[in-house]
Design a protein around this ligand. Sequence first.
Ligand code: G
Ligand code: MN
Length: 290
Amino acid sequence: MLDLASTGPQAGTLPISRAQLLQALRLRQFTPFFQPIVAADGNWIGAEILMRWQHPHAGVLAPGHFLARLDEEELLATATRQMLRQVRLAWVQSRLKLQQPFVLSFNICRQLLQDGSLVAHCQTLLHGLQEGKLQLMIEMPERGGDLDPATCGRLFAQCERAGIAVAIDDFGVGDARLHQLASGRIDCLKLDRSFVTAMHSNSMYSRLIEKVVALANVLEANVTAEGIETLAQWQDLLRIGVRQFQGYYFARPLAAPDFFRRMNRSERRAVCHGRHPTAAATERGRHHGS
Ligand code: G
Ligand code: MN
């Protein structure tokens, strides 16, 4: 069976018919995966919900293979709502008791942005789930949302009143719609992973990231760096002032049973296979000294 789950958004779109997509929706095949977001100390403080298609023949498909088709067929909002209902169900079934605040974020599409019921849907999703400890965050596409400043401002105000956080996703590679940043409360800039990848071959990127951190400080927002794959990237970003991280170094997107198992066992305390930079530095010092 093909496993295309880790192939990113650049992956080629398979020829998929509308009938296949409708069938997949009927069979609830668009399911949530969860990728942890960690703080500077490596503890899980949130997770991004990522859509996967549990394809009967091709295996688990990443969004790069089908998202554009769902969007073209105007079915992406329906698939997202269906996925979020599964998140709620899995959360209830997990009997998870959060001890610390936790932020669950998800990607919103153009259709969801425009249909006016986004905030109400988020409230339904959260109702009765660890209120006070669990917060939802919408990840706005930097490009594609294409909301005029007034509509954007209204949406952000609604989110703020409802306690829903707002992130700008893939920050740095969109169309620099900076008016979004002035339209209301922004909680997080999610720095696109291409900046993290480029950091080591071009020092200009480190300086740019420093400026993104400074911009976030002006907005009183956090920066989450995406796509951390190595300890060196984590160390450098910490030095630059980034305090939230997401990427394969910490954890790949996890299916619901794996995610909730680890949440329940508090395995989120230690970084999975990654070690904390200070611990690694101490270890290196020990080895060198011995
Ligand atoms: O644009 P957005 O942030 O929603 O993209 C998330 C996508 O990035 C997911 O499909 C996920 O599988 C992928 N991803 C997450 N972490 C990493 C990483 O460390 N490296 C790479 N190459 N892709 C990642
Ligand atoms: Mn995202």
